[in-house]
Design a protein around this ligand. Structure first.
Ligand code: MG
Length: 294
């Protein structure tokens, strides 16, 4: 099932999206008028042990045309991110000269590389990424599969990890490469306002084979990234085990799993983003997240 947040006259609402992505159903909780945020819905479902009911009949669907989509989540905590988690991308990053984090000759990290993006960087599908030309001239895209935690927990073993996932969404980990390099730390160059496009919606865990999904990024229609999540260096259970050993995970937490090869800095010369560029990130079973650089 696809779940989105839309803007209504009475505020944000969580809605069900039709399988073709063209319609929405206002609510599956007629008594309450619907949930305002995804985290509350996930927390409630986890606490009650209940499942979402199937979407209602044809008459209850409305067209998404003209409806403002919001990012599917509005987390209070930072978006947790994994760096250098595909072999080919780790290699292109290490060889680009922009990587101030790896040892000489080291193409793949021995442990997951973890950083975060501020929640204030999140924007929705269709919203513009502000190029921030006054502080960066090396703007880059990163297509990523993002995990949405359902049942929280600490010290979750790999064998239990899949049971803690509510669903998945798409994140474009937009990055200012010059800031990432200059500051020798990734938070600043990745947490700039508007640098975390997320959406267009989330899909529940049953709707996608997250361990074997095609992930692609196009810029102005040109295919730049084309990989499969099966190629993750540290797979989803390993990431959840590693993170939850250190910090309690909560319902609605977002974990972006890393980007494959084909980012702008990997080209010779690099293909950094310019105002007007259209980024489209697609993942099988979820959909396409589209944002323009402004
Ligand atoms: Mg990334």
């Amino acid at each position: 099932m696809k779940l989105a947040r839309i803007q209504t006259v009475s505020g944000p609402r969580v809605v069900v999206i039709s399988s073709d992505g063209k319609k929405f159903c206002q609510t599956f909780r007629a008594d309450s008028g619907g949930e305002a945020d995804m985290e509350s819905l996930i927390g409630e479902l986890v606490a009650s042990g209940s499942k979402l009911t199937a979407p209602p009949g044809d008459a209850d669907w409305k067209s998404l045309d003209g409806v403002k989509l919001l990012a599917p989540l509005s987390p209070r905590r930072n978006v947790i991110c994994v760096g250098k988690n595909y072999h080919e991308h780790a290699k292109e990053f290490q060889q680009s000269g922009f990587d101030s984090s790896s040892k000489d000759g080291e193409h793949a990290p021995p442990y997951p590389v973890i950083f975060t993006k501020a929640p204030t960087s999140i924007i929705a599908d269709g919203e513009p990424v502000d190029a921030h030309r006054q502080i960066t001239s090396q703007l880059d895209y990163e297509a990523e599969l993002a995990i949405v935690i359902g049942k929280g927990g600490k010290a979750i073993p790999k064998s239990e990890a899949w049971n803690h996932i509510f669903g998945y969404t798409i994140v474009n980990d937009v990055t200012a490469r010059d800031l990432q390099q200059q500051h020798r730390q990734w938070f600043l160059g990745k947490s700039i306002d508007t640098f975390c496009p997320m959406g267009p919606w989330l899909v529940t865990a049953d709707a996608i084979d997250a361990a074997n999904a095609t992930i692609q990024c196009r810029v102005n229609g040109e295919l730049r990234q084309n990989a499969n999540t099966a190629d993750l260096i540290f797979d989803i259970p390993t990431l959840i085990e590693t993170l939850s050993a250190a910090m309690e995970l909560h319902p609605g937490d977002v974990i972006a799993t890393g980007t494959p090869a084909g980012v702008g800095l990997g080209f010779k010369p690099p293909k950094f983003l310019q105002p007007g560029d259209v980024m489209e990130v697609s993942i099988d079973g979820i959909g396409t997240l589209t944002n323009v650089v402004a």
